[in-house]
Design a protein around this ligand. Structure first.
Ligand code: FEO
Length: 174
């Protein structure tokens, strides 16, 4: 059984993951409208991954006999001044998500909830990757500055990013 405190914190995380999905869908739409199909694709994949994260938490709460309580999702920004601006927002947002995951782990530790600690390990590793990727793209965009050819090449590179279902969902076919 999940404690009430753990159940509430996990439910808050579902909302945060959907908010993340909303944010990245908004970024994807923004870049698609601007004709940057590679940046749009990258954020669309990100949008799908965030929905996977929400699904993992949902399934986990259910598997522990908890109650899933979905709350309204707050609005998100709709404009970014440049790809660099969007990736800086991405990094800042992912750092906040990392802090939330760490807080969930702290609650699980406090409550000797070993199953939740084990489930969260995938997210802890995922956040390292999320922050590293956003930082790498920020570094590239800082090098490119407003060089049109550089932006064209990066947009092309990001067009090939493909979505794959998150491992904890892919492995839960039973
Ligand atoms: Fe669900 Fe981007 O962390």
């Amino acid at each position: 059984m999940l404690s009430k405190k753990m159940e509430e914190a996990l439910n808050a995380q579902i909302n945060a993951e959907f908010w993340s999905a909303y944010l990245y869908l908004s970024m994807s739409a923004h870049f698609a409208a601007a004709g940057n199909s590679g940046f749009a694709n990258w954020f669309e994949v990100q949008f799908k991954e965030e929905q996977d994260h929400a699904a993992i938490f949902t399934k986990y709460i259910l598997s522990r006999g908890g109650k899933v309580m979905l709350k309204p999702i707050d609005g998100v920004k709709t404009e970014w001044t440049s790809p660099l601006n969007a990736f800086e927002d991405t990094l800042e947002h992912e750092q906040k998500v990392t802090a939330m995951i760490n807080n969930l782990y702290a609650i699980a530790t406090e409550e000797h909830d070993y199953a939740t600690q084990s489930m969260l390990k995938w997210f802890i590793d995922e956040q390292v990757e999320e922050e590293e990727t956003a930082q790498g793209l920020i570094d590239s965009l800082k090098m490119i500055k407003d060089n049109g050819f550089g932006l064209y090449m990066l947009d092309k590179e990001l067009k090939v990013r493909a979505y794959t279902q998150a491992a904890p969902l892919a492995g839960s076919a039973e």
